[in-house]
Design a protein around this ligand. Structure first.
Ligand code: HEM
Length: 205
């Protein structure tokens, strides 16, 4: 089985769970829910960047970075008049230390893959909220027309790991941890949204 097939198999249910936890494709999508979603992603990307920055990549062919997406999130939040606050206290985020590039590869499988769904979300928010990439929707738009090409480029990099069987475990762990981390933050955000406290959510971890 190729590494890509293993990643798809291992994260299929997590993808469904993340999609369900996000209210963003809801026909009743509101601006409030949209803003909350951006805040959750902002928290997630900020935390991820801190963790990625803690360990330099030794893999030269791919320029791993969540910085462009983080900048887009900041621009969208600013446009929509939301102040993104740096989270205080510990963030419940089950992610192993990114000590080698196999974990990094798994993380970026999720980050790059999410841009594919972002294109559908872009159409939806335009339809429901009249939000365009220029008016608070640049995060989900991401690289826009370049998305398919970026994904192909990522898959080429990933295929270089096919023969490195000893690294597969790390790639799978990185992808699972990334999906799970986001899912945790989404569920915590949702419970705040639905009226319970984030502290109650944190107690589960
Ligand atoms: C409601 C939100 C979402 C929708 C509707 C959605 C939809 C999709 C679609 C349609 C694809 C397949 C595209 C294709 O094969 O051409 C895809 C792929 C993918 N999505 Fe999502 N997505 C959503 C959210 C997310 C999020 C939040 C993440 C992770 C942070 C994510 C991670 C991925 C990954 C990793 C793939 C690549 C799967 C593969 O081909 O191996 N998605 N998504």
């Amino acid at each position: 089985m190729s590494l890509l097939s293993a990643l798809r198999e291992r994260t299929r249910i997590l993808h469904v769970e993340v999609e369900e936890a996000m209210d963003i494709m809801d026909p009743e999508l509101t601006l409030d829910i949209y803003r909350q979603t951006l805040l959750t992603f902002h928290r997630f990307y900020s935390e991820l960047q801190t963790r990625l920055d803690a360990h330099p990549s030794h893999y030269p062919e791919y320029n791993f970075s969540v910085k462009p997406q983080l900048s887009r999130l900041e621009a969208d939040l600013k446009f929509l008049g939301v102040t993104a606050q740096k989270p205080t206290g510990p963030v419940s985020f089950p992610m192993p230390e990114i000590a080698d590039d196999s974990l990094r590869m798994g993380i970026f499988y999720v980050i790059e893959g999410s841009a594919l769904g972002g294109q559908l979300i872009t159409r939806h928010i335009k339809q429901k909220l009249e939000i365009t990439p220029e008016s608070g929707g640049s995060f989900f738009h991401g690289s826009g027309d370049q998305t398919a090409q970026n994904w192909k480029r990522f898959l080429t990099q990933l295929s270089a790991f096919d023969s490195k069987i000893e690294q597969h475990k790390g790639v799978l762990t990185g992808a699972e941890a990334t999906f799970s981390g986001l899912l945790d933050l989404m569920r915590a955000g949702q419970s705040v949204h639905k009226g319970t406290t984030s502290d109650e959510t944190r107690l589960r971890h």
